[in-house]
Design a protein around this ligand. Structure first.
Ligand code: PSV
Ligand code: MN
Length: 394
């Protein structure tokens, strides 16, 4: 596909508005339940995670914020003011605050849905602390994922659990409105894992219902790895977007389940189709390209790939797929759709998907004095080797 000057300006404008948040947990050692392979350069502390996120942003110019996990990044002994100073020093913003409702022993039967009142109270106290951290760090969102669910039919009452959860989200929404105004409450769903019979927020429809009942700042968060095989994720994106209920994404790719593979490594066309639906939404409403208020975040934890390389790869891949989606000729697409010309409509999409956007991205980066190829720049910099020697994390 030949990109015209007008199309190039359109894409460059959209890229100016496109930011993607990095997960703090993507910089530290992680593993599967079978084991962990350590990386010498993996971040060991909250400050090292902030440092590494800052490096990715300096290379890509598109990842200015870092999502934080409360239990992993803000242990009770940490000085939140110090973390704020470190974030400023490494030139990153504190992004979504992720409470942790799944590791304490008391959460064995769930958090807000647990039949154990102490577990429910623990979850609420943890939420209040998370809200306090969010308000004080200037974060824009509380991002909630619950491991709540059951493993066997009959284990607990689905109805009782639903009511408990509705009440908890209502309270969290109210507390946020009082102490952290304007922040979004993002509700993430997942069909299974760690629960294998039922999960209390099992799909986007349940997340949307909880969000609607909680209040106007509650929205749905789509983690691309949290779907059953074959689900049409772009349709799942379009529906809550049109309802004003789409809050954000956790991007990653997968082959089988919640695999945490690099975005676009298995099915880049699926990611393109998600961006295409969002671009179409903006076009239909006459909004500037890339302006929909959606929190794009990465949720990947790399066990084998060098973490910094994986993150730079992810940001660049996200930008490339986003740029391609903004190359779709929307007028030609609509003409083909209205004429019932299926092949022309599909070809219009595919032409943009297969477009070479490397020149456009290089142009965008040159304008910002960034390396034209951030991944090569990282590999040539020797940064990972140097961090490995300094951290010697074995
Ligand atoms: C759960 O699978 C999840 O997607 C949630 O977003 C967690 O916060 C994250 O992964 C890290 O465990
Ligand atoms: Mn997630």
């Amino acid at each position: 596909m030949k990109v015209t000057d007008k199309q190039a300006e359109h894409v460059l404008g959209a890229l100016d508005r496109f930011e993607i948040e990095l997960p703090s947990w993507g910089f530290s050692d992680s593993g599967t339940r079978f084991g962990q392979f350590k990386q010498a350069a993996a971040a060991r502390t909250t400050e090292e995670k902030l440092h590494d996120a800052g490096c990715v942003h300096r290379l890509t110019g598109a990842a200015p914020s870092i999502a934080m996990h409360v239990d992993w990044d803000f242990p009770p002994t940490i000085d939140v003011e110090q973390v704020k100073r470190e974030a400023a020093h490494h030139q990153v913003r504190i992004g979504a605050i992720n409470p942790n409702y799944f590791q304490d022993q008391r959460y064995k039967l769930g958090s807000f849905c647990s039949p154990d009142a102490d577990a429910r109270e623990l979850a609420m106290q943890h939420s209040l602390r998370s809200i306090e951290i969010g308000a004080s760090t200037g974060s824009a969102a509380l991002s909630v994922w619950l491991a709540d669910g059951t493993n066997y039919p009959g284990q607990d009452s689905i109805y009782r659990r639903k009511k408990l959860l509705e009440a908890a989200f209502g309270r969290i929404h109210d507390e946020m409105a009082k102490r952290w105004s304007g922040a979004a409450l993002l509700l993430e769903y997942k069909p299974f894992e760690p629960a294998f019979y039922h999960t209390d927020i099992g799909d986007w429809g349940m997340a949307a219902s909880f969000a609607r009942k909680a209040g106007p700042n509650a929205k749905v968060l789509v983690d691309t790895g949290h779907h059953l095989q074959g689900q049409n994720i772009e349709h799942i994106v379009a529906f809550p977007l049109d309802e004003g209920l789409l809050g954000g994404f956790h991007f990653n790719d997968r082959k089988y389940a919640d695999d945490d593979l690099t975005l676009g490594s298995i099915d880049p066309y699926a990611v393109f189709r998600i961006f295409d639906q969002i671009a179409q939404f903006e076009h239909d409403r006459g909004q500037p390209a890339g302006s929909a208020p959606i929190a794009y975040m990465v949720d990947q934890s790399h066990n084998l790939k060098p973490k910094l390389e994986a993150m730079v790869q992810t940001v660049c891949e996200a930008q490339a797929l986003f740029a391609r989606a903004h190359l779709v000729d929307r007028d030609a697409l609509e003409r083909a759709q209205r004429a019932g010309d299926i092949v022309a409509a599909e070809t219009t999409l595919r032409r943009a998907f297969f477009a070479d956007v490397s020149g456009l991205l290089a142009d965008w980066r040159r304008r910002r004095h960034l390396p034209e190829d951030p991944l090569t720049a990282l590999r040539e910099s020797g940064l990972i080797g140097r961090l490995g020697r300094e951290r010697n994390n074995r």
